[in-house]
Design a protein around this ligand. Sequence first.
Ligand SMILES: Cc1cc2nc3c(=O)[nH]c(=O)nc-3n(C[C@H](O)[C@H](O)[C@H](O)COP(=O)(O)O)c2cc1C
Length: 422
Amino acid sequence: MKIGEAKELIQVKAPVFSRRRRVLANAYNVEEYRKSARKVLPAGIFDYLDGGSEDEVTLRRNRAVFDSWALMPSWGPVEGPDTSTALLGRTSALPLTLTPTGATRLFHPEGEAAVAAAADRAHIPYGLAGLSTVAMETIARSHPGLDRWFNFGLGSEPKAAKDKLARCEAAGFTTLIVGVDTRALGARERDLHNGFTAPPALTLSTIADIARRPSWWVNFLRSEGISFPNLDPHSAAATSMVTPSMWQHILGHSDASSGWKELEELRQAWQGKIVLKGCVNPSDVDKAARIGLDAVQLSNHGGRQLDHMLSPMDVLQESRQRVGDSLEIYVDSGIRRGSDILKALALGADACSIGRAYLYGLVAAGSPGVGRIIDILADELRRTMTLVGVSSVPELKARGGEILRDLRSSGEILETTKSGNN
Ligand SMILES: Cc1cc2nc3c(=O)[nH]c(=O)nc-3n(C[C@H](O)[C@H](O)[C@H](O)COP(=O)(O)O)c2cc1C
């Protein structure tokens, strides 16, 4: 070997001292961002983000279900592939949305503002939580071109609901996401064991944690206290720092009294689009179509609410068969790979939505971390589309049945992702 040739083989990488840049350079998939997030967050906050309810059966199932569908490529030319698609009448660069996650500033000081910036750069919709820690008007001002969706809760008294709708409209939010899976709060036992409070109370164990996770604590203590500015502006939690007891009160105050009648009234009152989020029952999807909603987001809240609940993937085909093309269907809960998105689209979804995946990116590397998560999923989706032999999202949806083989029906279930998120 000549010296010139040998030189090409020597690749000494300069050490990267910034943790954020190290993660951005060296984490190649969502799970690696998750591991990095675990190293950054205090254990109780990581568990709040990562955990599920009760025995976490649904949480594990959300991952395992994807493994029971195998891919069957077909040979032929592929162009592109083009991942762009129309969602609720607007073009999205990917069949992907960022779904609402409340209290995002608990995970990173920039919170929802950092997530919105990444969604805007990636040209995909972002759903802002009702319990967001950044005001909807701030997001609107900073990201006028972002397709902004808002997590609207039923059950407010009529005047407050009317004011909230007016606020959404004035801030240019195109779409309401109405959650129907929080009639009671799921029992997240990790949080009970950790004595989790938000904001974290100063106990002996928190003081010990400060030594283990100093950078998170410095950032948290230096940034403004957490409030929920999208709540009714007259409520204390909208204008002043939320205390642990206020947090408990707000989360524990679930609305179990609303139903289809209230949804129909909302349909009359709101001129924009409405997405029903949190059902897995095909007859609910049917009803949503009949009352003129625009989309349904099949979801079990990422396994955080009703344990033993079905996964959206279990009911996707039946839901699509019931409603045809009369409304759009999205899927969340457990999406961690581009191939998950491909499988969902092949079974009849129009798009997928991620919660924890982008939060891992946010914790690990701020807004660029969220951007990396979106890029990773986009790259994985493009590569998987190429390898299975489809060139576009419409082609994927049309030929979905040829691409997937259900291992459960053929009795070939593999021993796979047993531990789910652990
Ligand atoms: C920390 C956290 C907070 C959440 N907050 C909300 C919320 O305020 N409103 C809502 O509809 N769903 C909320 N969700 C559920 C997500 O919108 C979504 O359904 C779920 O995260 C999808 O599963 P995945 O995390 O496996 O992607 C939250 C999820 C997490 C992880």
